[in-house]
Design a protein around this ligand. Structure first.
Ligand SMILES: [Zn+2]
Length: 111
């Protein structure tokens, strides 16, 4: 993985957070979170739609950030919607959270 990726991984594994949250971050960073869209693509679900807001494609970014229900949780946990929406790449968005000075709080909020 790239130097940029190395920095994110080192920080992720050093965070003093429960292992299950680290594993969750790992799944997100590897695009391995079983969202409805992923499940539908693998023919494990009939629909890739978000079950919370009925958006037609529940991608990882939708599930974590863009869904109106997720957005409320993020804002209550201190993740600014303004800066997060300017980043459209999932890895870059997660990198911003993991390398943030409040990464522990933000990671647990995300989980
Ligand atoms: Zn949604």
């Amino acid at each position: 993985m790239s130097t940029e990726g190395d920095e994110v991984w080192k920080k992720t594994w050093r965070l003093k957070i429960p292992e299950k949250v680290k594993f969750f971050l790992w799944q997100c960073l590897h695009s391995a979170l079983p969202t409805n869209q992923v499940r539908a693509d693998r023919r494990l679900a009939d629909s890739g739609a978000c079950s919370r807001c009925s958006c037609s494609h529940e991608t990882i970014l939708h599930a974590l950030r863009d869904c109106p229900y997720s957005r409320e949780v993020l804002m209550s946990g201190g993740i600014s919607v303004e800066w997060s929406f300017s980043v459209m790449d999932c890895f870059q968005w997660l990198k911003g959270i993991i390398l943030h000075k409040d990464a522990i709080k933000l990671s647990i909020t995300l989980w």
